[in-house]
Structure formats: C-alpha cells, structure tokens
Design a protein around this ligand. Structure first.
Ligand SMILES: [Zn+2]
Ligand SMILES: [Zn+2]
Length: 89
C-alpha cells in the first residue's frame, strides 16, 4: 500500500492509503466508490439493470421491490401482472 494524502474524486472522502501509486493526472476513489463503480460496470455488462424500489402496485397493491427502470413518479406504478393485463386490455 502507498501512503497518500488525497481526496476521493467522487465523494470527497479522505484517502490515506492506496494499493497503487497515484499518477496525479487521474482522480482516485475511495474504497466505497471503487466498489460501487465496479458493481455498476458489472451490471451494465450483464442482465438489464434493475432498480431497487419499495412501492405498492397502484392496481392490486402488490409490493414492488424491483423495476427495470428508475421510476420518476412512484405514485402510479403497476406490478408486472397488472402491467401485462393493462397492455392486453
Ligand atoms: Zn468516495
Ligand atoms: Zn398489480
């Protein structure tokens, strides 16, 4: 580990150690941001990204915990079944 004295380029957390020598011309990130970045990259590559939500279906009241998109308005969301039913109707 290298002793450094810099700030995370994302959240501003103080970084005192890095597993590599910082080059200076690239931002460095703290462990948390690095992990988040890696996970984001993994999910981009794999399955469609799902967003964790905690809302009730406005049709049947079923709890919805994941959506394939980031909901802008959570007051009028439908679960998968209601969504499919709506589409057929
Ligand atoms: Zn950070
Ligand atoms: Zn529903």
């Amino acid at each position: 580990m290298f002793d450094v004295d810099c700030e995370c380029g994302k959240c501003g957390a103080k970084i005192t150690q890095l597993p590599f020598q910082p080059s200076g011309d690239r931002p460095v990130y703290c462990g948390d941001c690095n992990r988040a970045h890696r996970e984001q990259r993994n999910s981009d590559r794999g399955e469609r990204r799902m967003f964790d939500v905690d809302v009730a279906c406005s049709g049947c009241g079923t709890k919805i915990t994941q959506l394939p998109f980031e909901p802008r308005d959570t007051s009028n969301l439908l679960c998968k079944e209601c969504y499919l039913k709506n589409k057929d109707a």
